[in-house]
Design a protein around this ligand. Structure first.
Ligand SMILES: Nc1ncnc2c1ncn2[C@@H]1O[C@H](COP(=O)(O)OP(=O)(O)OP(=O)(O)O)[C@@H](O)[C@H]1O
Ligand SMILES: [Mg+2]
Length: 404
């Protein structure tokens, strides 16, 4: 799969930007604050239907959009994707501000001209983004890693995305109920156990799918992750990832079973379901006392291990960085394994953080992936190198990319 055309109108600092992209990708060079990340963010938006950088979608619309005409501000993004099957998909997102409700940004999404909900438009363009902030994947809180997994799996599995969104809502309902039950006497509580039973099974149904999918994903990226890490680092260290469930009784965990990667995903799900039911029984009193759902996919984590030790505590800064790169490259491979063609790889400003030896290794590895690559750098020399020679070089300045 690759992006063949990109149109950004009034998106961030871009007034109007139209790019044609060859199958190999493009290079974007420019000083700070010239608009490189805006282009990458636009591509990512056409893939995920939202931007992870913006806290409100209003931020994405150019500050001066439509000012001169006195019309409501808007922004438009359009991309054409060539699927590996040969068919083309046109994705279009329009953001507009309603003058009667200026704090509200309206988002309209179309795929091949047909209106779609965001949740149904994710995944037509599959991208993997790597940016300096991704170091948080090693150093940040478990929520960062959960979000990473959710995004990676959602692009491959629309059921996952749907169930994840349902899970969030059910969790809120269940927590609300736990809070109100907390106030009641034991006997009064008894009379409402039916209600809780209902939310328990609603929750566990979704949780089992989510946890099993995450465990399968982690198991599937294991070998490419380790392989990429060794190749990038140029040293004999082993990098592993394991899924850590938030269980009070880890001995009862299903992960040991799943480590053997069952052939039937329904089997995986059944095993997780059993584990979660067991956990539910164990923690009922704790949940009443705290008034929150004490375990489940919203509490789980991914552990990254360097020779079986926590990468976060024992890895050098460079090793941690290369581990994140390896994680991203294995994500590109996961898309290839599922769809038959690699994801588009977006490398935003990541080279300057690596030493020259690792820059070369990374770019060689990247060019061997056969993926479309969009790579940015503040220094042209960083991307004016042999493995990227086939990619057209654009100079970005004042929110505009020009072929150079
Ligand atoms: N909604 C917006 N309207 C207009 N300009 C914006 C908007 N949002 C951000 N900008 C500006 O766009 C410019 C380009 O930002 P961008 O992050 O794309 O730069 P960059 O080339 O990636 O820079 P760096 O090398 O520092 O990462 C910045 O000056 C930023 O303040
Ligand atoms: Mg940038």
């Amino acid at each position: 799969m690759h992006l063949t055309t990109l149109l950004l109108e009034q998106f961030r600092c871009d007034q109007r930007q139209y790019l044609e992209l060859p199958e190999q990708g493009i290079r974007l060079a420019g000083s700070n604050a010239t608009g490189k990340t805006s282009i990458v963010e636009g591509i990512r938006m056409l893939s995920m239907m939202k931007s992870a950088r913006a806290s409100a979608e209003r931020e994405l619309i150019n500050w001066t959009s439509n000012q001169e005409y006195g019309l409501p501000p808007y922004s438009r993004l359009q991309g054409t994707v060539q699927q590996s099957s040969g068919t083309e998909t046109r994705i279009e997102i329009t953001l507009s501000v309603d003058p009667n409700r200026p704090s509200h940004t309206r988002k309209q999404i179309k795929v091949d001209g047909q209106p779609r909900r965001a949740i149904d438009a994710v995944g037509y363009l599959k991208t993997v983004l790597f940016e300096p902030e991704d170091m948080e994947l090693v150093l940040g809180s478990p929520s960062v890693r959960r979000r990473y997994l959710d995004v990676a799996i959602s692009t491959l599995d629309s059921t996952y995305l749907r169930l994840l969104s349902q899970y969030g809502k059910i969790l809120e309902q269940r927590n609300g109920l736990l809070r109100s039950l907390r106030e009641l006497s034991r006997s009064a509580r008894q009379s409402r156990t039916g209600e809780l039973d209902y939310w328990d099974s609603e929750l566990i149904n979704r949780a089992a799918y989510i946890v099993a999918a995450r465990q399968r994903y982690i198991a599937s990226i294991g070998p490419p992750l380790d392989d990429a890490f060794r190749a990038l680092l140029g040293e004999e260290y082993e990098l592993g990832a394991t899924y850590a469930q938030s269980l009070s009784d880890p001995g009862h965990s299903a992960s040991s079973v799943l480590g053997k990667a069952s052939i039937d995903p329904l089997d995986d799900q059944r095993v997780v379901m059993e584990t979660l039911r067991h956990e539910l029984d164990q923690r009922r009193d704790e949940e009443f006392a705290r008034g929150v759902t004490a375990f489940g996919p919203h509490r789980d984590d991914v552990q990254l291990l360097l020779d079986d030790r926590a990468l976060e505590s024992f890895g050098s800064r460079g090793q941690q960085r290369m581990a994140v790169v390896a994680l991203k490259l294995s994500e590109v491979e996961a898309v290839r394994a599922t769809t038959g063609s690699p994801a588009v790889l977006l490398l935003d400003d990541v080279l300057s953080e690596l030493d020259e030896f690792r820059q070369r290794r990374l770019l060689r590895r990247v060019s061997g992936l056969g993926a479309q690559v969009v790579v940015t750098a503040t220094e042209r020399s960083l991307i004016d190198v042999e493995p990227l020679q086939d990619l057209p070089m654009y100079t970005v300045s004042g929110g505009e990319a020009r072929l150079s």
